[in-house]
Design a binder for this molecule. Structure first.
Ligand SMILES: Nc1ncnc2c1ncn2[C@@H]1O[C@H](COP(=O)(O)OP(=O)(O)OP(=O)(O)O)[C@@H](O)[C@H]1O
Ligand SMILES: [Mg+2]
Length: 267
């Protein structure tokens, strides 16, 4: 086992020891989404396959890895009554967005849960690219303009899965926007509107600017993504230190050569 894997396991053990338990509180029946106002843009199977989305994959080992991640994420979220999860990483380009989209799809595939995925990476939004869609409206229009939430919602053709995309890169004032009262209202409304749904946020890397720290009060927990051979131990340790007082649900070790299938989940 390499050093990053050991560091991930050590951090997981540390978190485990301070974890608090709350009772499970979920309603028995998750109703399907109302698509009356949500735009439906069906993502073709070949686009899903090309972009490594599990809904278009026939590689059972990859589907199973995401299902395992899903089950563990759901278990922990339900145990703690968490509903909003932020997905981040120490540095860039390690697979956060792909993990967020595939996690959302795998949650929706379970049929008992529905999920909203918000592209909260205002600097380098890419959920829409991962899905191969071109949104007309996005999170920035909501944060800077006055458009209603419904106008941003897109259903990519998978029942139970709704996306709030972000399509204009914005390197200026991204942390101010993410911590704005409008953003706070969006998170509150998403949670209130979908009482039994999970809200996932695809975030920028934590060590690039203060976006994730500024946004952190709005999520219940974080999921970290690291890439074997790319994320180094110092970066990882710094990330764990920054999130010390936050709940970190676990770490995905992405593109792992060790096990051979590239999608490991350290819990
Ligand atoms: N396990 C994997 N196996 C193969 N390719 C992968 C894997 N995970 C991610 N990728 C690819 O790596 C690239 C970067 O992935 P992604 O955009 O999800 O990273 P990111 O961490 O969100 O990047 P950014 O920091 O720019 O937001 C994409 O082309 C994606 O398809
Ligand atoms: Mg990304």
């Amino acid at each position: 086992m390499d050093r990053i894997s050991k560091a991930v396991e050590l951090a997981a053990e540390k978190r485990q020891s301070k974890r608090r338990k709350k009772p499970v509180s979920r309603s028995e029946s998750a109703q399907p989404f109302e698509y009356t106002k949500t735009r439906r843009i069906v993502v073709p199977q070949e686009v899903m396959r090309e972009n490594r989305l599990i809904a278009g994959s026939d590689q059972q080992i990859i589907i199973d890895a995401y299902k395992l991640l899903r089950t563990r994420v759901l278990h922990r979220m339900q145990q703690n009554n968490w509903r909003a999860l932020g997905i981040t990483s120490p540095g860039a380009n390690v697979g956060k967005t792909l993990t967020a989209v595939n996690l959302a799809i795998s949650i929706a595939m379970k049929h008992e849960n529905t999920v909203v995925l918000v592209d909260a990476d205002l600097r380098r939004p890419s959920v829409h690219k991962c899905l191969g869609i071109e949104p007309e409206k996005g999170l920035l229009d909501y944060l800077e303009g006055d458009i209603p939430i419904d106008e941003m919602l897109i259903n990519p053709g998978i029942d139970g899965f709704v996306v709030i995309p972000s399509h204009n890169d914005s390197h200026t004032r991204s942390s101010e926007r993410l911590s704005s009262t409008r953003m706070e209202r969006l998170v509150r409304e998403l949670k209130a509107r979908y009482p039994d749904r999970l809200v996932l946020f695809d975030l920028p890397p934590i060590l690039v600017g203060d976006d994730v720290e500024a946004f952190s009060p709005y999520v219940d927990a974080f999921l970290l993504v690291v890439e074997e051979g790319k994320t180094d131990v110092t970066e990882y340790a710094k990330t764990v230190e920054i999130l010390e007082n936050k709940d970190v649900l676990g770490t995905v070790l992405n593109k792992s050569e060790e096990i051979g299938h590239g999608y490991d989940y350290y819990y």
